[in-house]
Design a protein around this ligand. Structure first.
Ligand code: SF4
Length: 334
């Protein structure tokens, strides 16, 4: 690969993103965590606000978990921020209290994998550690016309080794960002802009007109559809919420919901548990798509006429906006 060409292209063409204009390892870590499964445009305002609220790892370590969830509400995949908080507390409790500056030290933190550790080591510390994400996999698969199934770990590992070799002959802080930027803005999944690509001359897929064949990703299993009856439970101008204990969206608030086909089933099931609800009216069906499943939520308004379930809490409707709630339920207009 013509690394010089790639680096020169990056230096004069990259987007001026706030999280790419810093060498602060903590800020780079925050941005990389936010960018997991989330678009750059979505991340930007969250990143800027987050760094104002939690400018240092010490400030993050002092955060209240519920407030932190509220601060990142809308980004999804909240487990990453719980890990982040735990990692910040580990850093601050450690004897040096310094942000780790070794690959092994980073990998030892909760939620930090090889990609994130490689990104921090190369961007913040200019050390040659590969950071292979979906963008880089796409660029390298096309460049090398590598048709191996990139869903398989062993094939990603061999691309990672290639990427490691490349970064060892480069300026690591520029190489990593250049590969990420090239994948995001030029070697895009659809309609790649090969005409302006600095790697065009050596890209085998471009030269053989087979760009559309790469990367080879075998189809994922079909998403599971789950049907819920989602209850908006009114009682004396207040609404009942529940704090989730399930691993998906753990600790986020939700309108109590039950996996069932009909409201009649849910009312009778709750009645058996001593909870009496009377039907007010049925609302829309709301759909929310996660990476691995789809929730279909039949929204139903009910009135609580007796005692609530133990895990329900009653809040003012204004207060609902203040609590961390998954987007799936934020979509529901009460
Ligand atoms: S020439 Fe096209 S396919 Fe090849 S790396 Fe560049 S943008 Fe991607």
């Amino acid at each position: 690969m013509d690394i010089k060409q790639l680096e020169t292209w990056y230096l004069s063409n990259h987007r001026k993103l706030s999280f790419r204009m810093t060498k602060n390892p903590y800020h780079i870590w925050v941005s990389e965590v936010m960018l997991q499964q989330t678009q750059v445009e979505t991340v930007l305002p969250y990143f800027e606000r987050f760094i104002k609220i939690y400018p240092t790892v010490e400030a993050l370590a002092r955060a209240n978990e519920e407030t932190l969830h509220k601060d990142v509400e809308g980004l999804g995949y909240y487990r990453r921020f719980r890990h982040m908080l735990k990692a910040a507390q580990i850093i601050v409790d450690s004897s040096g209290k310094r942000f780790p500056d070794s690959y092994e030290g980073l990998l030892a933190l909760p939620g930090v994998g090889k990609y994130t550790a490689g990104a921090i080591m190369s961007i913040a510390y200019n050390k040659p550690y590969s950071a292979l994400d979906g963008n880089v996999i796409r660029v390298l698969s096309r460049l090398l016309a590598n048709d191996s199934d990139m869903r398989e770990e062993k094939h990603r590992k061999s691309l990672d080794q290639y990427n490691q070799k490349m970064i060892e002959s480069s300026t690591p802080e520029i190489y990593t960002q250049a590969m990420m930027e090239l994948g995001a803005t030029v070697c895009r999944p659809k309609n790649p802009k090969c005409e302006v690509c600095p790697l065009q001359r050596e890209c085998i897929a471009f030269q053989t007109k087979t760009v559309h064949l790469y990367p080879n990703l075998s189809p994922l299993n079909q998403k599971k559809h789950e049907h819920y009856v989602t209850l908006i439970i009114h009682q004396n101008h207040q609404i009942m919420l529940r704090k989730r204990t399930e691993s998906l969206l753990n600790d986020m608030y939700e309108y109590p919901q039950y996996e069932a086909e009909s409201i009649e089933y849910v009312l009778s099931m709750l009645d058996d548990q001593g909870v009496q609800l009377s039907l007010i009216g049925e609302g829309k069906i709301i759909q929310h798509v996660f990476t691995h499943k789809v929730w279909q939520m039949q929204v139903v308004h009910v009135k609580l006429t007796g005692n609530p379930m133990n895990d329900w809490i009653s809040v003012d409707s204004d207060e609902v906006k203040q609590l961390p709630m998954a987007i799936a339920h934020r979509k529901i207009q009460v």
